[in-house]
Design a protein around this ligand. Structure first.
Ligand code: SF4
Length: 299
């Protein structure tokens, strides 16, 4: 029995074959790094904006190289073009439209996702997305991390939950597939904060959620806090417990894109358990099976 609404299942039912993400870098910055809002960035973010560093490579070249690699290595023929690094609406609507138009040349790209901060998303960006959607399916992913404003302040997000709510209402009202990115294990948060965030996402009826477990990577402010013993990551057991709590409090229609993330090779500082993604996912499923829990049971 499926205990939660998996993204892989959603993709298979839509496209009848495996679809993989092509992570792309538009070379944009982030207002939380360039001094507009702050120069420090979110405390867990490294200088590459939580994505691959390909900012100098033209989008066409990034697409061709990565697509070829995935076709050869994984035998897939359909892809999601994913603008991941930094803040992909921290640009004029014209710039975004021009870059999106490149993806129209690739029939293998069946979906496009744009990752961004909610406070940089405007009605003009929405118009670009609506025009693009007529030709190719597109969705948006807003970084939220937590619905608690105290936490957002602590991690130096430099936006509030209300910015997220405004952006989400705009995209949802236009039928744009909307994803929220959240993090479990943020400083000062306990399981009740994670449940609250899940409840807020259910209330807003986002279409999908990406869950990450907080890990520390080199060169971040979080690493400094860790080394000075001002912050410790949560244990494997606590992360599993909190993830299960989030799932059972998320509306059952919400698609779960992931339960944990992948640190870049050689960049992880702590915790060590994050390296074994399969062990983590298996444990979440085991607990849900043993306790007969399903997504949305408490929403
Ligand atoms: S908003 Fe994104 S790119 Fe900017 S500092 Fe935070 S995590 Fe990094």
């Amino acid at each position: 029995m499926e205990r939660y609404n998996r993204f892989s299942k959603y993709l298979r039912s839509r496209f009848r074959e495996k679809v993989l993400k092509l992570t792309l870098d538009l070379g944009l910055g982030c207002p939380n790094r360039d001094g507009t809002l702050s120069s420090e960035g979110c405390i867990y973010c490294d200088e590459f904006g939580s994505g691959p560093d390909s900012s100098m490579i033209p989008i066409d070249e990034q697409i061709k190289t990565r697509m070829e690699l995935l076709k050869q290595k994984r035998g897939v023929n359909k892809f999601i073009g994913y603008f991941q690094s930094y803040t992909n609406t921290y640009c004029s609507p014209e710039f975004l439209e021009e870059k999106l138009s490149i993806l129209l040349n690739y029939p293998e790209i069946v979906l496009v996702y744009i990752g961004t901060r909610p406070d940089t998303f405007t009605k003009e960006h929405l118009e670009v997305i609506k025009r693009f959607k007529v030709q190719k399916d597109i969705g948006i992913e807003f970084g939220l991390q937590s619905a608690r404003n105290e936490t957002l302040e602590k991690i130096n997000r430099q936006h509030k939950f209300e910015d997220f709510e405004t952006a989400v209402k705009l995209t949802i009202s236009e039928g744009i597939f909307t994803t929220a990115h959240i993090i479990i294990g943020l400083p000062g948060e306990d399981i009740s904060d994670n449940i609250y965030t899940a409840q807020e996402l259910s209330r807003l009826q986002v279409h999908s959620v990406k869950i990450h477990q907080l890990y520390i990577i080199k060169g971040t402010h979080l690493e400094k806090l860790f080394l000075s013993r001002e912050f410790s990551p949560i244990s494997f057991e606590s992360a599993v417990e909190r993830t299960v709590a989030v799932l059972i409090n998320l509306d059952k229609r919400i698609i779960i894109q992931r339960l944990t993330g992948d640190p870049k090779p050689g960049q992880l500082v702590s915790p060590d358990w994050i390296r074994d993604k399969h062990r983590f996912i298996n444990m979440v499923e085991k607990i849900m099976n043993e306790k007969n829990l399903t997504q949305g049971q408490f929403s």
